[in-house]
Design a binder for this molecule. Structure first.
Ligand SMILES: [Zn+2]
Length: 421
């Protein structure tokens, strides 16, 4: 059966590439109507191959009101979830392939060097366009694994689930809704771009604001006031010091990153009049959370660093800066190193390519933490594409990597489903 499944992938290589290009041409930016266009298209294609399809409209108000809802950053009026299911021949272990259909905006189109961001151009070795790498390549590979299993009637012991989700890029609405709908599996593979490495964890990320008070006065008599901009400098230095401390010892799965737990201030605004001393500065930022760290502990670390810097300054001692937490609050997630799915994916990878495979955790948040922390599902990332190309201009993915991932994912499904050679 293994050889037949691999042959199926090889026989359909041109169609796999064509379908990837077709999906890239649908500009399914997070929050756009096209997110749902892709969902409806995929639901139809899963039904065509005989999967039982659960396509449901996500109840947005009720979902967003849940106490553990991870947050959204764009508005939606309509949102769909899709899970396709191929039954197993008995009540054996189920496996979920989970892929997001949304993509981030293109950024400055002139930075794409003449490439149409949603052109879906196919060259000899590469598919180009926003979402090609993150993660329509992995999505198409997962779809073709389901096709192979359906068409060849692969005798899996347990069900194969294919979950396609919206809203991954802005917080994880789709995967949260899938779990809220009651879908679970014994293991999950998310084919995000890992360059075919295996990533069983993701670091967390917390959005925050620091509000720095000053005292307004006419700028010509600035000594009568206190500049909130000037008072921000020691706080910024304190944030950088805290970042250095938090990265001094790295989790073994994040040693490949120079700065796994960055804390960056992304926005600063202050004052409302050029000839006034500014009486309020607001700095917005994002803080990384270590694997295994409680988000509350990370929040306390930042609050304490800001408080200590305030204690060193006569004005801020009396008028301390405040830290607020808002927007995306993403916990880290980490699958146990002895979870069987890791070995399943490693074996499958080694069976289709000689390429050495590293194991690491992502610096950014992903749906893995929802599957693992809320769903209790052992989950790994394994997929085609270089994440260094994701979200940037001229995004692309190697066709060879897409096909290798497709072959490996197919073998992982067979192995997990107890199908012998
Ligand atoms: Zn992604």
């Amino acid at each position: 059966m293994h050889a037949r499944v691999l042959q199926f992938v090889d026989d359909h290589a041109a169609e796999i590439v064509a379908e990837l290009a077709e999906l890239v041409r649908i500009p399914s930016v997070s929050g756009s109507d096209e997110e749902n266009t892709v969902q409806h298209l995929l639901a139809a294609r899963m039904a065509e191959i005989g999967m039982d399809v659960d396509a449901w409209q996500i109840p947005l108000d009720a979902t967003l009101a849940e106490p553990d809802f991870p947050g959204v950053e764009v508005e939606r009026r309509d949102a769909w979830g899709v899970v396709g299911r191929l039954p197993g021949r008995e009540a054996g272990p189920s496996l979920l392939l989970n892929a997001h259909v949304d993509v981030v905006p293109t950024g400055d189109p002139t930075a794409w060097g003449g490439e149409q961001p949603f052109g879906g151009r196919v060259s000899t070795s590469t598919v180009h366009g926003r979402g090609a790498c993150d993660m329509k390549a992995g999505l198409v590979a997962a779809l073709w694994v389901a096709r192979a299993c359906a068409v060849l009637r692969v005798p899996l012991a347990g069900p194969l689930l294919l979950g396609t989700v919206i809203g991954e890029e802005d917080g994880g609405l789709g995967t949260y809704a899938l779990l809220r709908r009651g879908w679970r599996a014994d293991a999950c593979i998310i084919p995000e771009p890992t360059s075919l490495d295996i990533a069983p964890g993701n670091c967390g990320a917390l959005s925050f604001r620091i509000l720095v008070p000053g005292r307004a006065a006419h700028a010509s008599r600035r000594l009568a006031g206190v500049s909130s901009i000037e008072k921000f400098f020691p706080l910024f230095a304190a944030v950088r010091r805290l970042e250095a401390e938090r990265n001094a010892v790295k989790h073994p799965l994040t040693t490949r990153w120079d700065l796994p737990l960055s804390i960056e201030i992304g926005t600063v605004s202050a004052g409302e009049w050029a000839s006034s001393v500014p009486d309020l500065l607001t700095a917005g930022g994002r803080m990384g959370v270590a694997l295994g760290e409680e988000p509350d502990a990370a929040r306390r670390a930042l609050e304490e660093a800001v408080a200590a810097a305030c204690a060193d300054d006569p004005w801020l001692r009396e008028h301390p800066a405040r830290v607020q937490w808002w927007g995306g609050q993403f916990a880290p997630g980490l699958t146990d190193s002895d979870a069987e799915i890791l070995e399943v994916v490693r074996r499958a990878h080694a069976a289709v390519t000689r390429r050495p495979q590293a194991t690491w955790a992502t610096q950014y948040g992903s749906d893995l933490r929802l599957m693992h922390n809320i769903g209790g599902v052992p989950t790994v990332h394994y997929g085609p594409g270089d994440v260094g190309l994701a979200h940037g201009p001229a995004e692309s993915v190697s066709i060879a990597e897409v096909l290798t991932a497709n072959r490996a994912l197919a073998l992982a499904v067979l192995d997990h489903g107890g199908v012998s050679t």
